[in-house]
Design a protein. Structure first.
Length: 269
């Protein structure tokens, strides 16, 4: 069947999965924006309270990281997240498509839904909270390279994206770990926000970075986020596909044998 014929058929069958992806990314972006305003905007009572106690930007990243990790965990383990697989990221969808876990039609619809959720949520925050969301300390949630430059930011984004997907794939295909895969991913996101964000702003998601950049009309270093996460996640999927038979044959303790539940059931490979 041609892709042109697959797209409407997939939409009729799996539109609830696509809505889940749109809503999930929207919730993530809105929470990230609200947390950033609360912690970084100088008019925020929370910011003033923490600043009054001598809490600097580095320490304020701790509640931000924990909060975003909890948001990811909540979305992943919610009934909606369990329905779609909670990709929330076109780069992650690309990796699962490469592994044959999702059809090309579903992958395209996932990407479009994620775009709707990402751009829609940034527009909502910009419309309702422009005074706060546009402040330089928040800057529409943009992700920009740190003071050490774009090349280091690219390397950092590549590494954190690669590690995230490798951990997720190993956990999802482990008889012992597949139920906690979402928790592991959420923990990594929290760690990344706390420790890695000074290098690259901690994106992992090209669409989220693009939506914020468009809202701010600030495309500084955007190429980093459009290239590094998709390339790293694609590589992680390729490495996993190559080494998975070896891990299974060796009877590794991670027991890479269990198939995770996947997205539109009729497309699971």
């Amino acid at each position: 069947m041609s892709l042109r014929a697959e797209l409407p058929a997939a939409l009729r069958q799996h539109w609830p999965h696509y809505l889940t992806e749109a809503a999930g990314l929207a919730v993530f972006v809105v929470c990230a924006g609200l947390f950033s305003i609360a912690l970084e905007h100088p008019a925020s009572a929370l910011h003033q309270a923490l600043a009054g106690r001598g809490v600097g930007e580095a320490l304020r990243r701790v509640p931000l990281g924990i909060g975003m990790g909890l948001v990811i965990a909540g979305i992943t383990y919610s009934p909606w997240g369990q329905r779609s697989g909670a990709h929330l990221n076109p780069a992650l969808t690309l990796a699962f498509w490469q592994l044959g876990k999702i059809s090309r039609a579903d992958a395209l619809w996932y990407g479009l839904a994620q775009a709707g959720g990402g751009f829609g949520s940034v527009w909502l925050l910009k419309t309702l909270l422009f005074r706060y969301y546009s402040h330089p300390s928040v800057h529409f949630g943009t992700t920009r390279p740190g003071p050490d430059g774009s090349l280091l930011a690219f390397g950092a984004e590549f590494v954190i994206s690669l590690v995230l997907v490798l951990v997720l794939l190993l956990a999802l295909h482990s008889a012992r770990l597949h139920k906690v895969a979402g928790g592991l991913g959420a923990a990594l996101v929290a760690i990344y926000v706390i420790w890695e964000s000074p290098l690259s702003g901690m994106s992992l998601n090209p669409l989220r970075s693009l939506a914020s950049a468009a809202a701010a009309r600030d495309y500084t270093g955007l190429w980093v986020y459009l290239l590094a996460p998709p390339a790293a996640m694609w590589l992680a999927a390729a490495l996993f596909r190559h080494f998975r038979p070896y891990l299974a044959n060796q009877g590794a303790r991670s027991a890479v044998t269990a198939e995770p539940p996947h997205y539109p059931d009729s497309t699971a490979g």
